[in-house]
Design a protein around this ligand. Sequence first.
Ligand code: SF4
Ligand code: SF4
Length: 141
Amino acid sequence: MGAEVQTLKGLALDISLEYQGIDSQMEELCKKSCISCTDICCVRATVWYDLKDLLVIYLSTGGLPGRQIYRDEAKACCHLTASGCRLPRSERPFICTWYICAEQKKLLSPSSVPGPSLSGEIEKIKGLRNNLETRYIAFSS
Ligand code: SF4
Ligand code: SF4
């Protein structure tokens, strides 16, 4: 039982590190696109933490977000600030990293952002998250 908990924690830490690994590339992409965006996705989209998000956060940090994500008075995501998202990438819902808008896709093809394939890295995180959830469900049932 203890060994499986350690495995789950190790997986969550790996995912957190993967998020950190793509953060500068994502930030670079945002600097080139979000700064001039007139239809900001964090205003228009409704996002929330799912089980996988909460597992990653809890098992990698030992704590949970204070509350579920909600829309503020201006109907935007409660974590959106004038300078972008206030949360570290590993503590945002995965969809906030997974979503590459049309403008950003144009910038990535052909890639003008240095580094490994961003979509490949995001798929890797997706796979690790699925693995974490599957193992957690098997462990807790
Ligand atoms: S990710 Fe795309 S849609 Fe969202 S704010 Fe940036 S440019 Fe706009
Ligand atoms: S958590 Fe951050 S990135 Fe995700 S919608 Fe809210 S402000 Fe945007």
